[in-house]
Design a binder for this molecule. Structure first.
Ligand SMILES: Nc1ncnc2c1ncn2[C@@H]1O[C@H](COP(=O)(O)OP(=O)(O)OP(=O)(O)O)[C@@H](O)[C@H]1O
Ligand SMILES: [Mg+2]
Length: 594
């Protein structure tokens, strides 16, 4: 997994968090204003001790009740002003920060759509899901709270220390001495906490993956009675996450203890010394009251630093995880080299080699010099043993993967030179595993129509070609919603919708990966008859396992050991290729006349 090494890498929390700037920039004025408001509010709290000092040394010492009442009213007013200002701050930041989170999520989603298939092969979906949810909320929380309050509390503590030193510098120094060890402890804490925080967030991703897989695979789990083992796997991961979270809590508890106890001790010492000084007459009672209430007012800003740092650490980890995905290169849109079209049309593979990026180095390439010409308007069946690379070859045409060598030409133009949008308009695909989205049947089919869109007649025609008459008997016809992955439809029904999607846009090139495998032979024959009509002016490459599917094709190509070893009609190949005859013989009828 690509994430593991990041935990050991050195990183600067601040530098990581600074990467958020492009997203924060548009709302910087609001956030800046909110921070200033918070600083004012927080420092208002520090004025209260000064008023107290005035009350104690003035009206209280002189026994004037009127003055005491006035002082009390001032304190009340200050308290209210502080509360109102903090409320204002919250109001100022809430909306822009929700906007920042939404913008980041939209960016992540857009980026995920454009990342190459190779990326998605490599990354567990739970890791991506947890980034789009947990990590982004952690980042929003950081922007709303720790980011402002590390600044606000820092300023408050500095101002407060100034006030303390002005009032009585000896007592002030006693309070300030413990600051040095506190800083050391905090920085130690930060390093250790960042490691655990990262581990915890990765483990949340793993857990999300297991939950997602067991929900999607619920039929298998029930069918094989695997509840227990699945629950055990989940339990083990949850236990691991719990351990990590407990480790986090232990670290937090430690830092809290230090951050709380040390200032408490210092305040105690200052109290004793101050009382002695007041008794000696070296200090006014009012000054001591003011001094101690300032020190107490500073307790919260100091204590909060522990968890503010912890939250910032978590946010930095989230930022890192977010940008791990964002930094992956998108598919390039293609179409830089405008090579002139060559005269030869159709679909051509020239010396195409391919190996999966994550395949071991010593493994032979899946495709090793594939040469094949599908003439314009021709339908070519692609036959080969299971695992021979048929799916891989079909995925290369719409550039779901990039060839590692050789080239693929559509009507004489190298697909690598075509803008991807254009390429995917030209080529329609249907894969072995028919994927339907949570949308109506009609929307699922029309998805294949490209940017120009298609209307009701095209939809009717495509459904007819795919023999998807069952759609009319669905409760709301083609407006019926099909569930996640089309679970409410049968395998053959889903395949027929996927096929309808492939043909609805009347593509020039059609690439079908075993599109009829789940149909009974009679339905398959009907689909074939209709398809032959559609395929008349479409150049098609159709992966086939059954002789009945092969019958659809004008010619057949045999893929074996990474190359095309034979091309010809079904009859010719049956006669000339032992491997082809063998592949076809196990599958029921051995051919038949065409
Ligand atoms: N994403 C991937 N990463 C690495 N290797 C892969 C990947 N997908 C497939 N392979 C490997 O490539 C080889 C060819 O797989 P492919 O799916 O193209 O076979 P196929 O001919 O379509 O088989 P089938 O008839 O069973 O559908 C297999 O050995 C497979 O293990
Ligand atoms: Mg396959």
């Amino acid at each position: 997994m690509p994430k593991e090494d990041a935990t050991t890498k050195d990183r600067s929390t601040v530098r990581t968090l600074l990467r958020l700037w492009p997203y924060v920039r548009p709302v910087r004025a609001r956030i800046g204003t909110a921070a200033c408001v918070a600083v004012v509010a927080s420092c208002l709290g520090l004025v209260i001790p000064i008023v107290l000092k005035w009350i104690v040394d003035g009206p209280v010492a002189g026994r004037e009740p009127g003055g005491v009442w006035f002082g009390a009213l001032v304190v009340l007013a200050l308290g209210i002003a502080e509360a109102v200002l903090f409320g204002l701050r919250r109001w100022l930041v809430a909306r822009p920060l929700a906007g920042v989170e939404a913008a980041m999520r939209a960016d992540l989603y857009r980026h995920l759509q454009r990342l190459p298939i190779a990326f998605h092969d490599r990354w567990a979906s739970g890791q991506l899901l947890s980034r789009a949810t947990t990590d982004l909320s952690l980042i929003r929380m950081f922007l709303a709270f720790p980011m402002t309050f590390l600044f606000v509390n820092g300023v408050t503590v500095l101002v407060g220390c100034g006030v303390l030193l002005v009032q009585d510098w000896t007592l002030g120094l006693i309070l300030l001495v413990p600051v040095v060890p506190l800083i050391v402890v905090c920085s130690l804490f930060e390093t250790r906490y960042s490691l655990v925080a990262r581990r915890a967030q990765d483990q949340v991703g793993d857990l999300t993956t297991v939950v997602e897989e067991s929900v999607l695979g619920i039929r298998i789990i029930k069918g094989f009675g695997r509840h227990r083992s699945q629950a055990e796997a989940f339990g083990a991961l949850a236990e691991r996450l719990r351990g990590t979270e407990l480790g986090k809590a232990r670290l937090l508890a430690g830092i809290w203890a230090v951050i709380t106890i040390v200032p408490e001790l210092a305040i105690g010492a200052a109290l004793v010394l101050g009382t002695v000084q007041v008794a000696d007459g070296a200090l006014s009672a009012g000054t001591l009251v003011a001094f101690l209430s300032t020190a107490l007012a500073l307790r919260w800003p100091v204590e909060s630093i522990g968890f503010l740092l912890a939250m910032s650490q978590e946010a930095a980890t989230s930022v890192e995880r977010f940008f791990e995905v964002m930094d992956e290169a998108e598919e390039d849109p293609g179409g830089h080299r405008g090579t002139p079209a060559e005269s030869s049309g159709g679909l051509r593979f020239e010396g195409v080699t391919f190996r999966y990026p994550d395949a071991p180095d010593d493994a032979p390439p899946v495709l090793d010099g594939v040469d094949l010409v599908v003439r314009p308007g021709e339908t070519m069946a692609l036959v080969g043993a299971t695992g021979s690379g048929k799916t891989t070859l079909t995925a290369l045409v719409p550039r779901l993967h990039e060839v590692t060598g050789g080239r693929i030409l559509l009507d004489g133009v190298d697909v690598a030179d075509m803008p991807r949008e254009r390429l995917r308009e030209l080529v329609s695909v249907a894969f072995e595993e028919p994927t339907l989205f949570s949308a109506s049947v009609g929307e699922n089919v029309l998805m294949g129509a490209g940017p120009a869109g298609a209307g009701e007649p095209e939809l009717r025609r495509a459904l007819e070609v795919a023999q998807a008459g069952f759609v009319r008997r669905l409760p709301q016809g083609d407006a019926t919603q099909v569930g996640e992955q089309g679970l409410s439809l049968s395998g053959g029904q889903r395949q027929r919708l996927a096929l309808a999607r492939a043909v609805v846009g009347r593509p020039r090139f059609l690439v079908l990966d075993d599109p009829l495998s789940a149909l009974d032979v009679h339905t398959e024959a009907l689909v074939e008859a209709a398809l032959r009509d559609v395929l008349r002016d479409t150049t098609a490459l159709v992966v086939a396992h059954r002789p009945s599917t092969v019958m659809l094709a004008d010619r057949v190509a045999l893929l074996s050991a990474g190359r095309i070893t034979a091309v010809g009609t079904h009859q010719e190949l049956l006669r000339d290729s032992a491997e082809y005859a063998w592949l076809m013989s196990g599958a029921g009828t051995t051919g038949g006349a065409r």
